[in-house]
Design a binder for this molecule. Structure first.
Ligand SMILES: [Zn+2]
Length: 400
């Protein structure tokens, strides 16, 4: 499955209709959640199928629902259950979170058209119960269209066209033999986004810092505005716009970098991200970095899988203070400001993150391959290179 995202340009009348559809979907979502919660209080456990059947009852209760395309309402039920499962998964991972929340205007953003109820035409998309919406197709849509998700973000409208393309899937799974045995350990950090065990440094993208600063500024401005005032709403829109921008930039960066690593390495080792400490951190810039690392690793993970690569997540304990050259386990803690690792045992001096990335790879290989494969022809003593970005190696196969 692939997605194409296109900007939509609805007329005022169509926009009103789209907003109404969103409201109907949102009402249905909240209503189903309410029914689910009430049943739970009475000790009844409803299933996906039960809430689906409730839709008939809701239509009697609220005749306006006849103005919504029936399949999009079924997709609302699906959305609800997807959220329930995601939440359960996150709880399992150790996040401390409560139950599902009811969706306010700004939290419900998407209408799902699955399989039917839409036609893609020349410079427009026709949606059942809505009408024609002008669309800007900046690229050709190839393959079978499985569905369309209409999204409202910061008062802009988008269509996410979902394509089912078996040819594309096959291409992704292809193993690239020439780099199969190459391996790399990655240390994710604040100084560089990635330092790898082959001594490549990928700088932190400046937009993370820049947009984080901008978001913080808008948030401060928002705090000064009166609740419910027009000005406050305007500032809120700007804030949503800034978030949207950040999300797009971050995704783009994570895609490029993860593709690069999956293309060039057969085995990739990373630290298991420490979710406990992530959830506790309330600093905005830190939370933005956390999200960026998390996304990068999740892209690495699915791309590695579809390309037949191995992604190994290791325990992050002691990767900073152990010596990656002689293997000595050092007890002293390395302060964050200390950029150089000095081994008291073998006296080697390495960049702190480079040492960590080598330890990450060693941990991943323990019990798998002889660790000697790691220490190849790289010079052990190296100068700190701050600005060097990831070296591009000749691609030996294509990965989407
Ligand atoms: Zn040492």
């Amino acid at each position: 499955m692939r997605n194409y995202k296109f900007r939509l340009y609805p007329t005022k009348i169509i926009e009103t209709e789209l907003n109404r559809q969103l409201d109907l979907c949102r009402w249905t979502y909240n209503k189903l959640l309410e029914e689910l919660n009430e049943a739970k209080e009475m000790g009844i456990k409803l299933k996906r199928y039960d809430t689906q059947r409730l839709l008939v009852k809701l239509k009697e209760e609220k005749p306006e629902l006849k103005n919504a395309y029936s399949k999009t309402l079924q997709m609302v039920n699906q959305q609800l259950w997807n959220n329930i499962h995601t939440l359960a998964g996150r709880k399992k991972k150790g996040y401390k979170i409560g139950g599902l929340r009811f969706k306010g205007y700004n939290l419900f953003k998407s209408i799902f058209y699955n399989q039917s109820g839409f036609v893609i035409g020349n410079k427009k998309i026709v949606l059942s119960k809505v009408g024609k919406v002008k669309a800007e197709f900046h690229r050709e849509i190839k393959g079978n269209v499985k569905g369309i998700i209409i999204t409202r973000r910061a008062e802009r409208w988008y269509a996410c066209v979902q394509i089912d393309d078996p040819k594309h899937e096959k291409r992704q799974i292809k193993v690239l033999p020439c780099t199969e045995n190459k391996m790399v350990g990655l240390d994710l950090g604040l100084n560089s986004f990635v330092v790898d065990s082959n001594n490549n440094y990928v700088d932190n993208p400046r937009f993370l810092q820049k947009t984080a600063g901008k978001i913080a500024m808008i948030q401060r401005r928002l705090a000064k505005k009166k609740k419910g005032s027009n000005r406050r709403n305007k500032v809120k829109l700007r804030l949503n716009g800034a978030y949207e921008h950040l999300v797009n930039q971050r995704k783009d960066f994570a895609h490029k970098l993860s593709t690069e690593y999956v293309k060039n390495y057969g085995i990739i080792a990373v630290e298991r991200l420490n979710i406990g400490s992530m959830a506790r951190n309330h600093r905005l810039s830190k939370s933005i970095y956390d999200a960026a690392w998390d996304q990068f690793v999740s892209f690495l993970s699915y791309k590695a899988e579809s390309a037949g690569r191995k992604l190994i997540k290791v325990d992050p304990n002691n990767t900073t203070q152990d010596c990656s050259v002689c293997g000595k386990k050092n007890t002293g803690h390395l302060g964050l400001s200390q950029r150089t690792f000095k081994c008291p045992n073998c006296k080697v001096e390495l960049d702190r993150d480079y040492n960590a990335s080598r330890n990450i790879l060693i941990k991943a290989l323990v019990g798998r391959e002889p660790a000697s494969m790691l220490v190849e022809s790289r010079p052990i003593l190296h100068k700190l290179k701050q600005a060097q970005t990831l070296k591009r190696e000749a691609p030996c196969g294509s990965l989407g």
